[in-house]
Design a protein around this ligand. Sequence first.
Ligand code: NAP
Ligand code: FER
Length: 341
Amino acid sequence: MSLPNTHRRVVLANRPNGMVSPDNFRLEEAPLPTPAPGQVLVRQIVMSLDPYMRGRMNAVAGYAANVEIDAVMTGGGVGEVVQSLHPDFAVGDIVEGTLGWQEYSVPPLERLRKIDPSIAPISTANGVLGMPGMTAYFGLLHVGEPKPGETVVVSAASGAVGALVGQIAKIMGCHVVGIAGSPAKCAYVVDELGFDACINYKTDDLDAGLQKHCPGGVDVYFESVGGAVYDAITRNLALGARIAVCGGIAEYNLAEPELVPRNTRFFIPMRARMQGFLVYDFHHLWPEALPRMGNWIAEGKIKYREDFVDGLENAPEAFMKLFQGENFGKLLVRVGNDPTA
Ligand code: NAP
Ligand code: FER
């Protein structure tokens, strides 16, 4: 196959101060990267858009390096090996890794994994069978530690991670309550995913909803949001509650960070514990969790939903959806043609 001389990529043009905007990005044309001995060249097929990318746009680095101005936006994606100078990868292999917001890349090999297209559509390597899926699995089971009969509350309930958390909690025999931002999302998690109830945090009274659907209090809260949702949960904890802190998306676009954690006084009588985690803490255990997740999908116990946007040039606009609640399912960008479809 002949390769083009140039490709398109999205770079960080300037850093947001508060809410991210498409103007923080720039689409440009660049020479195709060339692999050195031991490396591979990958053509991206479907790119992942994730909330953590907002943190990488800041001047201050988090657990991972931030993106430099004029550098390609970081991110995961699924692609096809088009040139290989590595013995373990062949031209035509489908891979998932840190491909960035661009058409072609020479990705770091530590995070590059081969994908078997016969198991599920390859896009799922960005979602249920990838980073978000593993976040749900380990955050719930290893940090939240739910027991059968306990009440589990999940925020961002219809999203890439939350939808899976609730379904895994149902498999574990828990009473599951979602929190989401629209009637359609609430109907989806209850009617299609089997959650026991869902509270619309934009229109419902959170405390009244939690008291109604969690009469014994909240045993496990899978936290993805922060702000007012977190506050309401802390007022409704059960004895021995665990809060698994996965994210705090309501705070990612604040110019000044909020003073959190709030309401810690409520933790005292409930002997509650709150623990943050990163999905990569469990990287060594992914090989056992991925097949388990795959089996649940095959058995119809886990459903997943994907929200596709077409074209790399639309990635900056699409990225906004995550923070406006406009994505419905795992947010993905179709970047190139899919030979497995
Ligand atoms: P997602 O849930 O598919 O999309 C984000 C959703 O967040 C939106 O659709 C929206 O849903 C909700 N949201 C946005 N702004 C909000 C606000 N101000 N208040 C309340 N809800 C808001 O995204 P995801 O990829 O599954 O990620 C979910 C969370 O997991 C994020 O916090 C992310 O940072 C975190 N995460 C953490 C790790 C880790 O290793 N710790 C790994 C992956 C993801 P509504 O319409 O329902 O509001
Ligand atoms: C995420 C949100 C935050 C995430 C990682 C972080 C992998 C880490 C933030 C930091 O180091 O400051 O969704 O996903």
